[in-house]
Design a protein around this ligand. Structure first.
Ligand code: SF4
Length: 504
Protein backbone atom coordinates (compact mmCIF):
# COMPACT_ATOMS: atom_id res chain seq x y z
CA UNK A 1 0.00 0.00 0.00
CA UNK A 2 1.53 3.39 -0.95
CA UNK A 3 2.23 5.86 1.84
CA UNK A 4 -0.05 8.69 0.61
CA UNK A 5 -2.59 7.12 -1.80
CA UNK A 6 -4.88 4.11 -2.00
CA UNK A 7 -3.48 1.08 -3.79
CA UNK A 8 -3.45 1.57 -7.55
CA UNK A 9 -6.00 -0.36 -9.60
CA UNK A 10 -3.89 -0.65 -12.71
CA UNK A 11 -0.11 -1.04 -13.20
CA UNK A 12 2.10 1.90 -14.18
CA UNK A 13 2.30 3.09 -17.77
CA UNK A 14 5.40 2.22 -19.74
CA UNK A 15 6.91 4.54 -22.37
CA UNK A 16 5.54 4.28 -25.88
CA UNK A 17 9.12 4.51 -27.23
CA UNK A 18 12.30 2.85 -25.94
CA UNK A 19 14.82 5.34 -27.31
CA UNK A 20 16.39 6.52 -24.07
CA UNK A 21 19.93 5.83 -22.94
CA UNK A 22 20.59 3.22 -20.28
CA UNK A 23 21.31 5.79 -17.49
CA UNK A 24 18.00 7.57 -18.31
CA UNK A 25 16.07 4.31 -18.23
CA UNK A 26 17.69 3.43 -14.92
CA UNK A 27 16.69 6.86 -13.59
CA UNK A 28 13.09 6.32 -14.77
CA UNK A 29 13.00 2.94 -13.01
CA UNK A 30 14.29 4.57 -9.83
CA UNK A 31 11.65 7.34 -10.09
CA UNK A 32 8.89 4.81 -10.74
CA UNK A 33 9.90 2.79 -7.67
CA UNK A 34 10.07 5.77 -5.31
CA UNK A 35 6.85 7.39 -6.57
CA UNK A 36 5.08 4.03 -6.58
CA UNK A 37 6.00 3.50 -2.95
CA UNK A 38 4.98 7.03 -1.96
CA UNK A 39 1.92 7.72 -4.15
CA UNK A 40 0.98 4.54 -5.99
CA UNK A 41 2.18 6.54 -9.01
CA UNK A 42 1.22 5.14 -12.42
CA UNK A 43 3.83 7.26 -14.24
CA UNK A 44 1.16 9.08 -16.24
CA UNK A 45 3.73 11.84 -16.73
CA UNK A 46 1.07 14.48 -16.09
CA UNK A 47 1.37 14.96 -12.35
CA UNK A 48 -1.34 16.90 -10.51
CA UNK A 49 -0.42 15.90 -6.95
CA UNK A 50 -0.07 19.57 -6.02
CA UNK A 51 -3.77 20.00 -6.63
CA UNK A 52 -5.02 16.72 -5.20
CA UNK A 53 -3.57 17.00 -1.69
CA UNK A 54 -0.69 14.67 -2.69
CA UNK A 55 -2.98 11.71 -3.37
CA UNK A 56 -2.54 10.29 -6.86
CA UNK A 57 -5.89 10.40 -8.74
CA UNK A 58 -4.60 7.88 -11.27
CA UNK A 59 -5.07 5.18 -8.64
CA UNK A 60 -8.84 5.56 -9.29
CA UNK A 61 -10.03 2.64 -11.47
CA UNK A 62 -11.61 5.08 -13.91
CA UNK A 63 -8.55 7.35 -13.83
CA UNK A 64 -10.81 10.28 -12.93
CA UNK A 65 -8.71 13.42 -12.58
CA UNK A 66 -11.44 15.87 -11.63
CA UNK A 67 -13.49 14.39 -8.81
CA UNK A 68 -15.43 11.37 -7.72
CA UNK A 69 -17.97 9.33 -9.63
CA UNK A 70 -21.63 8.91 -8.71
CA UNK A 71 -21.11 5.51 -7.12
CA UNK A 72 -18.38 6.47 -4.65
CA UNK A 73 -19.02 5.81 -0.96
CA UNK A 74 -16.97 6.71 2.12
CA UNK A 75 -16.31 2.99 2.68
CA UNK A 76 -15.10 1.74 -0.67
CA UNK A 77 -14.61 2.23 -4.37
CA UNK A 78 -17.63 1.08 -6.39
CA UNK A 79 -15.43 -0.68 -8.93
CA UNK A 80 -13.08 -2.45 -6.56
CA UNK A 81 -14.61 -2.66 -3.07
CA UNK A 82 -11.33 -4.01 -1.68
CA UNK A 83 -9.86 -0.48 -1.80
CA UNK A 84 -11.11 2.94 -0.66
CA UNK A 85 -12.38 5.52 -3.13
CA UNK A 86 -9.35 7.56 -4.18
CA UNK A 87 -11.43 10.73 -4.39
CA UNK A 88 -12.84 10.42 -0.91
CA UNK A 89 -9.25 10.23 0.32
CA UNK A 90 -8.43 13.33 -1.75
CA UNK A 91 -11.41 15.35 -0.49
CA UNK A 92 -10.84 14.40 3.12
CA UNK A 93 -7.14 15.19 3.06
CA UNK A 94 -7.69 18.43 1.10
CA UNK A 95 -10.24 19.49 3.71
CA UNK A 96 -7.85 18.74 6.58
CA UNK A 97 -5.15 20.75 4.80
CA UNK A 98 -7.53 23.66 4.05
CA UNK A 99 -7.07 23.09 0.30
CA UNK A 100 -10.59 22.11 -0.81
CA UNK A 101 -10.92 25.06 -3.18
CA UNK A 102 -7.72 24.02 -4.95
CA UNK A 103 -9.75 21.11 -6.30
CA UNK A 104 -11.72 23.49 -8.53
CA UNK A 105 -9.07 23.61 -11.23
CA UNK A 106 -10.01 21.56 -14.29
CA UNK A 107 -7.26 19.07 -14.98
CA UNK A 108 -6.27 17.91 -18.42
CA UNK A 109 -6.54 14.36 -19.69
CA UNK A 110 -3.14 12.77 -19.84
CA UNK A 111 -0.77 13.46 -22.70
CA UNK A 112 0.10 9.97 -23.91
CA UNK A 113 3.54 11.00 -25.16
CA UNK A 114 4.57 11.78 -21.60
CA UNK A 115 3.21 8.60 -20.05
CA UNK A 116 5.78 6.20 -18.63
CA UNK A 117 8.67 8.66 -18.81
CA UNK A 118 10.58 10.29 -15.98
CA UNK A 119 9.32 13.70 -14.88
CA UNK A 120 11.76 14.85 -12.22
CA UNK A 121 14.37 16.01 -14.74
CA UNK A 122 11.62 17.59 -16.85
CA UNK A 123 10.48 19.52 -13.81
CA UNK A 124 14.00 20.67 -13.08
CA UNK A 125 14.51 21.77 -16.71
CA UNK A 126 11.27 23.74 -16.75
CA UNK A 127 12.28 25.46 -13.52
CA UNK A 128 15.63 26.46 -15.07
CA UNK A 129 14.06 27.64 -18.34
CA UNK A 130 11.52 29.86 -16.61
CA UNK A 131 14.38 31.85 -15.04
CA UNK A 132 12.23 32.70 -12.05
CA UNK A 133 11.52 31.13 -8.68
CA UNK A 134 10.62 29.42 -6.56
CA UNK A 135 14.06 29.62 -4.93
CA UNK A 136 14.73 27.78 -1.66
CA UNK A 137 16.06 30.91 0.10
CA UNK A 138 12.81 32.77 -0.58
CA UNK A 139 10.98 30.14 1.44
CA UNK A 140 12.71 31.58 4.51
CA UNK A 141 13.08 35.26 3.64
CA UNK A 142 10.17 36.08 1.24
CA UNK A 143 7.46 33.54 1.92
CA UNK A 144 4.73 35.33 -0.08
CA UNK A 145 6.92 35.58 -3.17
CA UNK A 146 7.91 31.95 -2.79
CA UNK A 147 4.28 30.79 -2.50
CA UNK A 148 3.19 32.76 -5.60
CA UNK A 149 6.05 31.42 -7.69
CA UNK A 150 5.52 27.91 -6.36
CA UNK A 151 1.85 27.98 -7.43
CA UNK A 152 2.61 29.47 -10.83
CA UNK A 153 5.38 26.94 -11.46
CA UNK A 154 3.16 23.96 -10.68
CA UNK A 155 0.27 25.49 -12.67
CA UNK A 156 2.58 25.55 -15.72
CA UNK A 157 3.43 21.92 -15.09
CA UNK A 158 -0.18 20.84 -14.65
CA UNK A 159 -1.78 22.84 -17.44
CA UNK A 160 -0.25 22.32 -20.88
CA UNK A 161 -0.89 24.95 -23.57
CA UNK A 162 -3.38 22.71 -25.37
CA UNK A 163 -5.59 22.57 -22.27
CA UNK A 164 -5.18 25.65 -20.04
CA UNK A 165 -7.65 24.51 -17.42
CA UNK A 166 -8.56 26.84 -14.58
CA UNK A 167 -11.02 27.19 -11.74
CA UNK A 168 -13.07 30.01 -13.27
CA UNK A 169 -16.63 30.13 -14.55
CA UNK A 170 -16.89 30.10 -18.35
CA UNK A 171 -20.36 31.26 -19.41
CA UNK A 172 -21.61 30.29 -22.87
CA UNK A 173 -20.45 32.68 -25.60
CA UNK A 174 -23.75 33.01 -27.47
CA UNK A 175 -27.12 34.71 -27.00
CA UNK A 176 -29.91 32.88 -28.80
CA UNK A 177 -30.86 29.48 -27.40
CA UNK A 178 -29.19 26.58 -29.11
CA UNK A 179 -32.01 24.12 -28.54
CA UNK A 180 -35.70 23.88 -27.73
CA UNK A 181 -34.80 22.58 -24.30
CA UNK A 182 -32.70 25.65 -23.65
CA UNK A 183 -35.46 27.91 -25.01
CA UNK A 184 -38.05 26.30 -22.74
CA UNK A 185 -35.78 26.58 -19.72
CA UNK A 186 -35.26 30.25 -20.47
CA UNK A 187 -39.02 30.89 -20.19
CA UNK A 188 -38.70 30.39 -16.43
CA UNK A 189 -41.55 27.85 -16.40
CA UNK A 190 -41.15 24.45 -14.77
CA UNK A 191 -39.72 22.20 -17.50
CA UNK A 192 -39.98 18.41 -17.74
CA UNK A 193 -37.61 16.16 -19.64
CA UNK A 194 -38.11 12.44 -20.14
CA UNK A 195 -35.94 9.43 -20.81
CA UNK A 196 -36.17 6.58 -23.31
CA UNK A 197 -33.93 3.52 -23.25
CA UNK A 198 -32.66 2.78 -26.77
CA UNK A 199 -33.86 -0.59 -28.06
CA UNK A 200 -31.90 -3.81 -27.83
CA UNK A 201 -32.61 -4.54 -31.48
CA UNK A 202 -32.15 -2.73 -34.77
CA UNK A 203 -35.74 -1.49 -35.23
CA UNK A 204 -36.47 2.11 -34.32
CA UNK A 205 -40.24 1.46 -34.14
CA UNK A 206 -40.27 1.29 -30.37
CA UNK A 207 -38.62 4.71 -30.23
CA UNK A 208 -41.28 6.12 -32.56
CA UNK A 209 -44.00 4.68 -30.30
CA UNK A 210 -42.49 6.11 -27.12
CA UNK A 211 -41.82 9.50 -28.72
CA UNK A 212 -45.52 9.51 -29.62
CA UNK A 213 -46.41 9.08 -25.93
CA UNK A 214 -43.99 11.73 -24.69
CA UNK A 215 -43.71 14.48 -27.23
CA UNK A 216 -46.58 16.70 -26.08
CA UNK A 217 -45.56 16.42 -22.46
CA UNK A 218 -41.79 16.84 -22.22
CA UNK A 219 -39.40 19.39 -23.67
CA UNK A 220 -36.88 16.71 -24.68
CA UNK A 221 -36.08 13.06 -23.99
CA UNK A 222 -32.73 11.59 -23.00
CA UNK A 223 -31.33 8.59 -24.80
CA UNK A 224 -28.95 6.59 -22.66
CA UNK A 225 -25.55 5.62 -24.00
CA UNK A 226 -24.92 1.95 -23.27
CA UNK A 227 -25.81 2.48 -19.61
CA UNK A 228 -24.45 -0.09 -17.16
CA UNK A 229 -21.84 -0.99 -19.77
CA UNK A 230 -24.49 -2.97 -21.67
CA UNK A 231 -24.80 -2.73 -25.45
CA UNK A 232 -27.95 -1.30 -27.08
CA UNK A 233 -28.72 0.85 -30.11
CA UNK A 234 -26.44 3.83 -29.74
CA UNK A 235 -27.56 7.13 -28.37
CA UNK A 236 -26.82 9.09 -31.53
CA UNK A 237 -28.91 6.88 -33.81
CA UNK A 238 -31.75 6.84 -31.26
CA UNK A 239 -31.58 10.62 -31.00
CA UNK A 240 -31.81 11.00 -34.77
CA UNK A 241 -34.86 8.73 -34.90
CA UNK A 242 -36.37 10.90 -32.16
CA UNK A 243 -35.77 14.10 -34.17
CA UNK A 244 -37.35 12.53 -37.23
CA UNK A 245 -40.37 11.64 -35.10
CA UNK A 246 -40.79 15.28 -34.07
CA UNK A 247 -39.24 15.53 -30.62
CA UNK A 248 -35.96 16.97 -29.43
CA UNK A 249 -33.49 14.50 -27.88
CA UNK A 250 -30.85 14.86 -25.20
CA UNK A 251 -28.04 12.68 -26.44
CA UNK A 252 -26.13 11.13 -23.59
CA UNK A 253 -22.45 10.89 -24.46
CA UNK A 254 -20.23 9.00 -22.09
CA UNK A 255 -16.48 8.95 -21.87
CA UNK A 256 -16.18 5.22 -21.26
CA UNK A 257 -15.02 3.36 -24.37
CA UNK A 258 -14.19 6.60 -26.20
CA UNK A 259 -10.87 8.29 -26.75
CA UNK A 260 -10.82 12.09 -26.95
CA UNK A 261 -10.75 11.77 -30.75
CA UNK A 262 -13.95 9.72 -30.83
CA UNK A 263 -15.69 12.04 -28.36
CA UNK A 264 -14.93 15.04 -30.58
CA UNK A 265 -15.94 13.19 -33.69
CA UNK A 266 -19.18 11.78 -32.21
CA UNK A 267 -20.16 15.17 -30.84
CA UNK A 268 -19.48 16.79 -34.20
CA UNK A 269 -21.42 14.06 -35.99
CA UNK A 270 -24.34 14.61 -33.61
CA UNK A 271 -24.28 18.34 -34.33
CA UNK A 272 -24.33 17.55 -38.04
CA UNK A 273 -27.47 15.47 -37.51
CA UNK A 274 -29.19 18.34 -35.71
CA UNK A 275 -28.68 17.03 -32.16
CA UNK A 276 -28.16 20.04 -29.92
CA UNK A 277 -28.51 18.78 -26.33
CA UNK A 278 -25.61 16.68 -25.12
CA UNK A 279 -25.41 15.25 -21.61
CA UNK A 280 -21.78 14.51 -20.78
CA UNK A 281 -21.12 11.52 -18.54
CA UNK A 282 -18.05 9.61 -17.43
CA UNK A 283 -19.99 6.34 -17.67
CA UNK A 284 -20.36 3.16 -15.67
CA UNK A 285 -17.32 0.95 -15.36
CA UNK A 286 -17.35 -2.29 -17.34
CA UNK A 287 -17.47 -4.14 -14.04
CA UNK A 288 -21.20 -3.35 -13.97
CA UNK A 289 -21.84 -4.75 -17.43
CA UNK A 290 -22.61 -8.31 -18.43
CA UNK A 291 -19.77 -10.85 -18.57
CA UNK A 292 -17.27 -11.15 -20.09
CA UNK A 293 -15.88 -7.83 -18.86
CA UNK A 294 -13.92 -5.67 -21.29
CA UNK A 295 -10.35 -4.76 -20.39
CA UNK A 296 -10.46 -2.60 -17.28
CA UNK A 297 -8.87 0.68 -18.36
CA UNK A 298 -11.44 2.22 -20.74
CA UNK A 299 -11.43 5.89 -19.77
CA UNK A 300 -9.37 8.41 -21.72
CA UNK A 301 -11.36 11.37 -20.37
CA UNK A 302 -13.89 12.13 -17.65
CA UNK A 303 -17.21 13.98 -17.95
CA UNK A 304 -15.67 17.25 -16.84
CA UNK A 305 -12.95 17.14 -19.43
CA UNK A 306 -15.58 16.37 -22.08
CA UNK A 307 -17.61 19.43 -21.09
CA UNK A 308 -14.50 21.63 -21.14
CA UNK A 309 -13.50 20.31 -24.56
CA UNK A 310 -16.98 20.51 -26.16
CA UNK A 311 -17.57 24.03 -24.83
CA UNK A 312 -14.33 25.16 -26.43
CA UNK A 313 -15.23 23.46 -29.70
CA UNK A 314 -18.48 25.45 -29.68
CA UNK A 315 -17.32 28.81 -28.28
CA UNK A 316 -13.73 28.98 -29.54
CA UNK A 317 -14.24 26.97 -32.73
CA UNK A 318 -11.31 24.63 -32.33
CA UNK A 319 -10.49 21.03 -31.67
CA UNK A 320 -8.36 19.99 -28.73
CA UNK A 321 -5.34 19.69 -31.02
CA UNK A 322 -5.75 23.34 -32.07
CA UNK A 323 -7.27 22.85 -35.53
CA UNK A 324 -9.91 25.47 -36.32
CA UNK A 325 -13.52 24.46 -36.94
CA UNK A 326 -15.08 26.31 -39.84
CA UNK A 327 -18.68 25.69 -38.76
CA UNK A 328 -18.62 25.28 -35.00
CA UNK A 329 -21.31 23.07 -33.46
CA UNK A 330 -24.25 24.51 -31.49
CA UNK A 331 -24.37 22.50 -28.28
CA UNK A 332 -26.48 22.96 -25.17
CA UNK A 333 -24.30 21.09 -22.70
CA UNK A 334 -25.47 19.18 -19.68
CA UNK A 335 -24.05 17.16 -16.83
CA UNK A 336 -25.32 14.71 -14.25
CA UNK A 337 -25.22 15.17 -10.49
CA UNK A 338 -25.63 12.84 -7.59
CA UNK A 339 -27.08 14.81 -4.64
CA UNK A 340 -26.73 11.80 -2.34
CA UNK A 341 -23.41 10.48 -3.63
CA UNK A 342 -21.00 12.21 -1.25
CA UNK A 343 -21.53 14.83 1.47
CA UNK A 344 -23.15 17.93 -0.14
CA UNK A 345 -20.02 20.07 0.44
CA UNK A 346 -18.00 17.68 -1.77
CA UNK A 347 -20.77 17.21 -4.34
CA UNK A 348 -21.07 21.01 -4.59
CA UNK A 349 -17.39 21.28 -5.53
CA UNK A 350 -17.93 18.66 -8.22
CA UNK A 351 -21.00 20.53 -9.50
CA UNK A 352 -19.11 23.83 -9.48
CA UNK A 353 -16.34 22.33 -11.57
CA UNK A 354 -18.85 21.07 -14.13
CA UNK A 355 -20.61 24.44 -14.28
CA UNK A 356 -17.32 26.31 -14.56
CA UNK A 357 -16.26 23.98 -17.37
CA UNK A 358 -19.42 24.73 -19.34
CA UNK A 359 -22.35 22.64 -18.05
CA UNK A 360 -25.52 24.64 -18.71
CA UNK A 361 -28.02 22.18 -17.28
CA UNK A 362 -27.79 19.48 -14.67
CA UNK A 363 -30.00 16.41 -14.43
CA UNK A 364 -29.79 14.71 -11.06
CA UNK A 365 -30.09 11.14 -9.87
CA UNK A 366 -33.67 10.29 -8.78
CA UNK A 367 -34.90 12.10 -5.71
CA UNK A 368 -36.90 10.18 -3.10
CA UNK A 369 -35.60 12.09 -0.07
CA UNK A 370 -36.64 15.71 -0.58
CA UNK A 371 -34.91 17.02 2.55
CA UNK A 372 -31.58 15.56 1.50
CA UNK A 373 -32.05 17.08 -1.95
CA UNK A 374 -32.62 20.51 -0.42
CA UNK A 375 -29.37 20.12 1.58
CA UNK A 376 -27.55 19.58 -1.70
CA UNK A 377 -29.26 22.62 -3.28
CA UNK A 378 -28.24 24.73 -0.30
CA UNK A 379 -24.62 23.59 -0.70
CA UNK A 380 -24.81 24.73 -4.34
CA UNK A 381 -26.40 28.00 -3.31
CA UNK A 382 -23.56 28.68 -0.85
CA UNK A 383 -21.20 28.50 -3.81
CA UNK A 384 -23.44 30.87 -5.87
CA UNK A 385 -24.16 28.25 -8.50
CA UNK A 386 -27.94 28.32 -8.81
CA UNK A 387 -28.05 31.28 -11.20
CA UNK A 388 -25.43 29.76 -13.48
CA UNK A 389 -27.13 26.48 -14.36
CA UNK A 390 -30.59 24.99 -14.95
CA UNK A 391 -31.32 22.19 -12.53
CA UNK A 392 -33.70 19.37 -13.39
CA UNK A 393 -34.43 17.14 -10.40
CA UNK A 394 -34.47 13.43 -11.22
CA UNK A 395 -37.73 11.56 -10.69
CA UNK A 396 -38.41 7.86 -11.08
CA UNK A 397 -41.98 6.61 -10.71
CA UNK A 398 -41.70 3.24 -8.93
CA UNK A 399 -43.51 0.53 -10.86
CA UNK A 400 -43.28 -2.22 -8.24
CA UNK A 401 -42.09 -3.05 -4.73
CA UNK A 402 -39.23 -4.94 -6.33
CA UNK A 403 -38.13 -1.77 -8.12
CA UNK A 404 -38.24 0.11 -4.81
CA UNK A 405 -35.98 -2.47 -3.15
CA UNK A 406 -33.63 -2.41 -6.11
CA UNK A 407 -33.36 1.39 -5.99
CA UNK A 408 -32.85 1.33 -2.22
CA UNK A 409 -30.31 -1.49 -2.07
CA UNK A 410 -28.47 -1.72 -5.35
CA UNK A 411 -28.17 1.70 -6.95
CA UNK A 412 -25.20 3.66 -5.61
CA UNK A 413 -25.88 7.32 -4.93
CA UNK A 414 -29.67 6.88 -4.54
CA UNK A 415 -31.41 7.18 -1.17
CA UNK A 416 -34.89 5.72 -0.81
CA UNK A 417 -36.33 6.34 2.67
CA UNK A 418 -37.60 3.14 4.37
CA UNK A 419 -41.16 4.51 4.57
CA UNK A 420 -41.34 4.63 0.76
CA UNK A 421 -40.17 1.03 0.48
CA UNK A 422 -42.73 0.09 3.14
CA UNK A 423 -45.56 1.83 1.26
CA UNK A 424 -44.67 -0.09 -1.87
CA UNK A 425 -44.40 -3.37 0.06
CA UNK A 426 -47.85 -2.87 1.54
CA UNK A 427 -49.53 -1.77 -1.69
CA UNK A 428 -50.89 -5.21 -2.57
CA UNK A 429 -50.88 -6.68 -6.06
CA UNK A 430 -49.20 -5.42 -9.22
CA UNK A 431 -51.88 -2.81 -9.96
CA UNK A 432 -51.88 -1.62 -6.35
CA UNK A 433 -48.11 -1.22 -6.40
CA UNK A 434 -48.24 0.78 -9.63
CA UNK A 435 -50.91 3.09 -8.17
CA UNK A 436 -48.83 3.58 -5.04
CA UNK A 437 -45.79 4.35 -7.23
CA UNK A 438 -47.82 7.00 -9.06
CA UNK A 439 -49.04 8.48 -5.76
CA UNK A 440 -45.45 8.69 -4.43
CA UNK A 441 -44.27 10.31 -7.67
CA UNK A 442 -47.10 12.89 -7.59
CA UNK A 443 -46.27 13.80 -3.98
CA UNK A 444 -42.63 14.32 -4.94
CA UNK A 445 -43.55 16.42 -7.99
CA UNK A 446 -45.68 18.64 -5.76
CA UNK A 447 -42.65 19.24 -3.52
CA UNK A 448 -40.34 19.81 -6.48
CA UNK A 449 -42.72 22.34 -8.04
CA UNK A 450 -42.34 24.43 -4.93
CA UNK A 451 -38.59 24.01 -4.44
CA UNK A 452 -36.71 27.28 -5.05
CA UNK A 453 -33.57 27.04 -7.15
CA UNK A 454 -34.64 24.29 -9.52
CA UNK A 455 -35.98 24.65 -13.03
CA UNK A 456 -37.87 21.45 -13.60
CA UNK A 457 -37.61 17.70 -13.40
CA UNK A 458 -36.11 14.88 -15.37
CA UNK A 459 -38.59 12.00 -15.40
CA UNK A 460 -36.87 8.66 -15.85
CA UNK A 461 -39.81 6.34 -16.42
CA UNK A 462 -37.63 3.93 -18.36
CA UNK A 463 -39.64 0.92 -19.59
CA UNK A 464 -42.75 2.68 -18.23
CA UNK A 465 -42.80 5.72 -20.52
CA UNK A 466 -46.56 5.43 -20.98
CA UNK A 467 -47.05 6.77 -17.45
CA UNK A 468 -45.46 10.14 -18.26
CA UNK A 469 -48.58 11.83 -19.75
CA UNK A 470 -50.62 10.88 -16.67
CA UNK A 471 -47.99 12.23 -14.27
CA UNK A 472 -47.72 15.49 -16.19
CA UNK A 473 -51.52 15.90 -16.39
CA UNK A 474 -52.28 15.02 -12.79
CA UNK A 475 -49.42 17.03 -11.30
CA UNK A 476 -50.37 20.13 -13.27
CA UNK A 477 -46.82 20.93 -14.38
CA UNK A 478 -46.72 22.94 -17.60
CA UNK A 479 -46.24 21.27 -20.93
CA UNK A 480 -43.42 22.66 -23.08
CA UNK A 481 -44.46 26.07 -24.38
CA UNK A 482 -41.86 26.64 -27.07
CA UNK A 483 -42.13 24.28 -30.02
CA UNK A 484 -39.84 26.02 -32.48
CA UNK A 485 -36.62 28.00 -32.17
CA UNK A 486 -38.02 30.56 -34.59
CA UNK A 487 -40.45 31.59 -31.85
CA UNK A 488 -37.59 32.82 -29.69
CA UNK A 489 -35.13 34.21 -32.18
CA UNK A 490 -37.25 37.36 -32.46
CA UNK A 491 -37.29 37.79 -28.70
CA UNK A 492 -34.93 40.61 -27.61
CA UNK A 493 -32.02 39.43 -25.46
CA UNK A 494 -32.20 40.66 -21.89
CA UNK A 495 -35.95 40.24 -21.57
CA UNK A 496 -35.76 36.59 -20.71
CA UNK A 497 -37.00 35.64 -17.25
CA UNK A 498 -34.49 34.94 -14.50
CA UNK A 499 -33.14 31.44 -14.09
CA UNK A 500 -35.61 30.43 -11.40
CA UNK A 501 -38.52 28.15 -12.21
CA UNK A 502 -42.12 29.16 -11.71
CA UNK A 503 -44.32 26.19 -10.92
CA UNK A 504 -47.21 27.21 -13.16
S1 SF4 B 1 -15.57 5.07 -6.44
FE1 SF4 B 1 -15.43 6.02 -8.47
S2 SF4 B 1 -14.21 7.90 -8.14
FE2 SF4 B 1 -13.91 6.59 -6.34
S3 SF4 B 1 -12.02 5.45 -6.85
FE3 SF4 B 1 -13.76 4.16 -7.46
S4 SF4 B 1 -14.09 4.65 -9.64
FE4 SF4 B 1 -12.79 6.27 -8.77
Amino acid sequence: MPLFSPRRYQPPFYPTRRDESFPMRAFTTFERTVKGWLFGCRMCGNCILQETAFVCPMTCPKGLRNGLCGGATPEACEVDPSRPCTWYVIYERAERMGRLDKLLEINAPIDGTRAGRETWLDMFNLWRERKQGPYPLDFVTKREKFNGEWDSYFYDLRQPDWWQGDGLYHPPAYDEPNSLLEANLRTGLFVTTGEIAPPLGASGNIILKKVGWLKDYVAAANFTDNASASARMNSMASSKICIDAGMEPVMQLQARDRSRVVIESDAMGAAGLGIRNILCLSGDHHRFGPAPMAKPDQFDMDALQMIWMLRRMRDEGRYLDGRNIKNPPRFFLGAAASPFGAPPKYEAIRAEKKINAGAQFIQTQPIFDHEGFVDWLEALDKRNLLDKVYILAGLIPLKSARAAHFMADDVPGVVVPPEIVKRMDEAGDKDGQQEEGVAIALEMIEKLKNTPGINGMHMMAVHWEAIVPRLVEESGVPRPVIQSLEEVSAEPAGERPANVAQPT
